[in-house]
Ligand binder design. Structure first.
Ligand code: ATR
Length: 273
């Protein structure tokens, strides 16, 4: 029997998840159907429960429901708990398991696809919202030399230092605190990739040989990536690989089979020119 999965979001029309999971299913011979469900803003819980009642096996959860996905879980993973958000649910009888694969997707993309090991590197995350929360633990697990979070509202960055204190030391502050510092890996986890706004990054924040990573995908050269190029950064990437790697983690969690991501990344990558 075909097992059913879906992604919930609002809006969800442009989601690439059905295509990605369809390609994974084809490549691994798994008999699944995966659809996108536009979910009413006040109807997340009802939609989840109705999908489960109709035999659905698991869900991906996109914006703006990641927080509610965590809250509906009976068994959230530790990284979902620390992120305060989940992007993946699995149904098992009455149990609703939740996990957050965004951070591990980012780390896998950086290390496996972009050839950028994080161990011993100086890593800077820009932004202190949900995207950064989800990324911190998986990045810290790779043992960077320094993990720094800069945010427009410095207090939100400081709050992260407090929340993650038991897991990793964090350097936190506003953008002005970056003056005089250089990083090997700079990740834009703010929403400016969507709004096409520039960040007040001091010159010199990109170390020689640095990589600049925009978590948003499909937006071409965003202001952040352009800033990086102007500063001489030659390796710039958007979040398409992160999207596909987190999908592979979800697929493996649901199906017990790990799909190969390379061909899918090749198919979905749009050159950043
Ligand atoms: P997400 O869950 O996608 O991370 P979020 O929680 O709304 O979304 O966080 C958005 C992030 O983008 C925040 O870090 C926000 O900074 P503030 O905490 O100061 O609001 C950041 N952000 C959004 N617009 C920005 C801008 N124009 N300049 C700098 N940072 C911006």
């Amino acid at each position: 029997m075909t097992d059913r999965y879906a992604v919930l979001g609002n809006p969800i029309g442009h989601s690439k998840s059905p295509l990605i999971h369809g390609l994974f299913a084809q490549a691994t011979g798994q008999d699944i159907a995966y659809t996108a469900i536009e979910t009413p803003l006040d109807g997340f819980k009802d939609t989840v429960l109705a999908f489960r009642a109709s035999g659905g096996r698991g869900l991906n959860v996109s914006l703006p429901f990641k927080l509610q996905a965590y809250e509906i879980a009976t068994e959230p993973s530790e990284r979902a708990r620390l992120a305060g958000a989940a992007n993946c649910l699995k149904f098992d009888g009455d149990r609703i398991l939740a996990d957050n694969f965004d951070g591990v997707g980012l780390v896998n993309d950086l290390q496996r696809n972009l050839g950028c090991p994080l161990a011993g590197k100086r890593v800077l995350l820009l932004g202190a919202g949900g995207a950064t929360r989800g990324a911190l633990l998986p990045i810290a697990a790779e043992r960077p030399a320094l993990l720094s979070v800069a945010n427009r509202t410095a207090d939100k960055a400081h709050a992260l230092r407090h929340d993650f204190a038991a897991h990793t030391p964090l350097q936190t502050g506003g953008y002005e605190t970056l003056v005089g510092q250089a990083f090997d890996v700079v990740i834009n986890a703010t929403s400016t990739g969507l709004t096409q706004e520039a960040l007040p990054l001091p010159a010199g924040v990109f170390a020689p040989g640095a990589i600049a990573y925009e978590m948003v995908y499909g937006k071409g050269l965003t202001p952040f990536l352009k800033q990086a190029q102007v500063a001489g950064v030659s390796t710039v990437a958007d979040g398409v690989g992160m999207l596909i790697e987190q999908a592979a983690e979800a697929f493996a969690w649901w199906r017990g089979v790990r799909p190969d991501t390379r061909a899918v990344i090749q198919q979905l990558t749009v050159p950043l020119a």
